[in-house]
Design a protein around this ligand. Structure first.
Ligand SMILES: Nc1ncnc2c1ncn2[C@@H]1O[C@H](COP(=O)(O)OP(=O)(O)O)[C@@H](O)[C@H]1O
Ligand SMILES: [Mg+2]
Length: 231
């Protein structure tokens, strides 16, 4: 794997707000992100958090315009164009929404895909390299990463089976072949090794209740650790 300087990796840190948390969910299509985000939201709301779910590109007026442009685009964009489009939308989302919301205590912002998706899709599958993608993101506010990221790991077969059940029209990224998906899976493994402290891997093949039980364990530790720091 390519060499990534430690200083570059260390420029990424979670936002420093007390009693507010930034989370993301990662994994290929059909890995169960939407399902588990819904449960996580209910769990956190039961614990008196205000929960916001965001998706990229989007979440701001500018981001929604970009989303339409990217997802409806019929020609393949250059990977750098993709990476910068997502980064542009992300910078605006952090500035307009994430920072403001997290400054309110007891808020949790959940991103359905975030930086790791850009690393995996543009960095790995489209060959830009992780280093270049990280360099694009190394300055504030793009260097803000979640306190915890849940990576739902499923096989290509499971991903396909679940997508077939869902039967939505395929979007810009979903209409790709097996080789592309294998690269995504490999990319997620590489990204997990770059950020071992932030990323929690979950077996997405388990039934939803079992997957969520693990998430709940991790969340409980995260919330407790931060409570202890305050004392
Ligand atoms: N752990 C699971 N076991 C079996 N089916 C699941 C599981 N998690 C999600 N599903 C189903 O798989 C499909 C895709 O799940 P979804 O949460 O939308 O995944 P994603 O958001 O990652 O694409 C949905 O039909 C969902 O009900
Ligand atoms: Mg989803």
């Amino acid at each position: 794997m390519e060499h990534i300087p430690q200083e570059l990796l260390q420029s990424f840190r979670p936002p420093a707000f007390q009693h507010s948390y930034f989370l993301s969910f990662e994994g290929i299509e059909g890995s169960g992100k939407t399902t588990q985000i819904r449960r996580t939201k209910e769990f956190l709301e039961d614990h008196n958090f205000r929960v916001l779910i965001l998706r990229e590109p989007g979440g701001t007026t500018f981001g929604e315009h970009l989303r339409q442009a990217v997802l409806s685009n019929q020609t393949q964009l250059h990977p750098l164009a993709e990476a910068y489009l997502f980064a542009a939308s992300r910078a605006q989302l952090l500035h307009e929404v994430v920072m403001k919301e997290l400054s309110v205590p007891n808020t949790v912002v959940i991103c359905d895909r975030y930086l790791d998706s850009t690393l995996v899709y543009q960095g790995k599958a489209r060959n830009l390299g992780h280093r270049l993608v990280l360099e694009i993101h190394q300055h504030f506010p793009l260097n803000l990463v979640p306190h915890m990221t849940f990576f739902l790991e499923v096989s290509l077969t499971t991903s396909k089976d679940r997508q077939n059940v869902r039967n939505n029209p395929k979007d810009y990224f979903e209409g790709q072949g097996d080789a592309f998906y294998r690269k995504l899976i490999e990319g997620y493994h590489e990204v997990r090794d770059l950020f071992p402290e932030r990323i929690r891997t979950l077996d997405g093949e388990l039934v939803p209740d079992e997957v969520f039980a693990k998430i709940q364990e991790h969340l409980t530790v995260l919330l407790k650790t931060n409570d202890a720091k305050d004392k």
